[in-house]
Design a protein around this ligand. Structure first.
Ligand SMILES: Nc1ncnc2c1ncn2[C@@H]1O[C@H](COP(=O)(O)OP(=O)(O)O)[C@@H](O)[C@H]1O
Ligand SMILES: [Mg+2]
Length: 425
């Protein structure tokens, strides 16, 4: 029998089509449907659908039953169920997509009495769309991942850069400081020792002058006495004699201060040859407190929270001493009208924790970023060099330790150090 045009269209349709009757028997299947199947079934027409497609039987039965009962079309979308029928993809995009992604429609077929006698099934190949979609979504996930990684990296870089800037600053200023300290060290040495001698000489000269004057006043003729008094008057000798020792004392004080600054500059300059050893932290704290006895004149309560057993950190003893001295001195200076200094040290796993806490003036939030900067000080000229904490910073760096500061204006400050133990180094 000659095929009608209509039949030929159905055969050429790029959509797989088949028809099922109420017994679930296949009554028709077009070439696209048959050709796509990966199972070999010479004669599909007349076969029971649920036996042919055994693996999908439950899903197919549910779908087809619902069409017969509700008389409404039903769909299956590839994202929920990519492969309803075992079919190969007609347009494999990538090597992976050998199976056809399908959208499947189940349509009711009714007779003249509006009874659903058959269900037609249309299988559309959406492999191209699906793989494009999957690719895009993989790409999106990959981009998202990459974005997260970049973000984390950026954060890490920011932290590293900040650290590097600080170290850089320390290193260059350290070098400068060492150079300047070296240059100043000699001259200030002889200036201050000459000043000592000068003061000694001056005191002797003053005594001599005063004795001379006494003798002359007592024994010389009035004429001479008058002459002497004129000279004294004109030259302001009385004032000079009084002012001279004071001037020298002040100069000696100044020279002493310069010496101290030079010394801190030299300490601040990078590490010397001192050897590494086990440092008994609590013992060092005790001796630092003794050295700082003078500063303890204020009504400062000291709370020591030390463990029963000594804790040892791995470090350079003199540097640790310097760190303790600088940090504790700052705390004491921040409590001019009294307060409590709490010093705690303890071992936590293979780390040593040192906490120095005061109830002093506290540090303004805007200053917190700068307290470790060389020469940053809020103290009056002559009171602070601004080198204490930058030295502390250099020492922690050298010890691969860390320092964290928590502070609130009017409440106090808390410095937390974490050091390595001899084992963890
Ligand atoms: N415990 C503290 N309480 C309040 N301020 C502090 C404390 N420690 C440090 N500071 C602040 O940090 C600054 C820098 O300290 P430092 O480097 O030791 O220099 P200096 O003590 O010579 O000023 C101080 O001037 C002070 O403002
Ligand atoms: Mg200080």
């Amino acid at each position: 029998m000659e095929k009608s045009e209509f039949e030929r269209v159905i055969e050429q349709l790029p959509i797989g089509a088949c028809i099922i009757n109420q017994d679930m028997t296949i009554t028709f299947a077009n070439p696209t449907f048959l050709g796509g199947l990966t199972i070999r079934q010479p004669d599909l027409v007349g076969q029971p659908l649920l036996t042919v497609f055994e693996e999908q039987a439950r899903f197919l039965k549910r779908k087809i039953d619902s069409v017969f009962i509700l008389k409404n079309p039903s769909f299956s979308y590839w994202q929920q169920r990519p492969h309803v029928f075992p079919m190969r993809s007609s347009r494999p995009i990538t090597g992976d997509e050998s199976q056809m992604y399908q959208n499947v429609q189940f349509m009711p077929l009714s007779n003249e009495n509006a009874e659903v006698t058959h269900v037609s099934i249309f299988v559309t190949d959406v492999t191209a769309e699906a793989s494009y979609f999957i690719q895009q979504s993989d790409l999106k996930n990959a981009l998202e991942d990459e974005h997260q990684q970049l973000k984390a990296l950026h954060q890490e870089l920011k932290v590293a850069q900040k650290k590097m800037l600080q170290s850089e600053k320390m290193a260059s200023i350290g070098q400068l400081a060492a150079g300047v300290a070296h240059e100043i060290n000699n001259p200030i040495g002889f200036v201050s020792s000459n000043l000592e001698t000068l003061k000694d000489y001056a005191l002797k000269l003053i005594k001599t002058t005063q004795t001379q004057k006494k003798i002359i006043v007592k024994q010389a003729e009035d004429r001479f006495i008058k002459l002497l008094e004129d000279v004294y008057e004109r030259q302001g000798v009385d004032f000079i004699l009084e002012d001279l020792p004071e001037l020298l004392d002040e100069s000696l004080d100044g020279a002493e201060r310069v010496k101290k600054i030079v010394n801190s500059l030299r300490d601040f300059a990078l590490s010397d040859e001192e050897s590494w050893m086990e440092v008994d932290l609590c013992a060092e704290i005790e001796s630092t407190l003794i050295v700082l006895k003078n500063e303890l004149k204020y009504k400062v309560q000291i709370e020591k929270q030390f463990p029963a057993e000594p804790v040892f950190l791995w470090g350079k003893a003199s540097k640790i001493r310097q760190l303790l001295f600088n940090t504790i001195l700052n705390s004491l200076q921040a409590m001019v009208s009294g307060g409590t200094l709490t010093i705690e040290c303890k071992q936590e796993q293979d780390k040593i924790k040192l906490i120095i806490e005061d109830t002093g003036a506290g540090i303004a939030e805007s200053d917190l970023e700068r307290i470790f900067d060389p020469f940053f000080t809020t103290k009056e000229v002559g009171q602070g060099t601004g080198l204490g904490l930058s030295e502390v910073y250099t020492i922690t760096e050298e010890h691969e330790a860390s320092v964290d500061v928590l502070s609130k204006v009017g409440e106090g400050s808390r410095f937390v150090f974490v050091f390595n133990t001899p084992k963890s180094s």
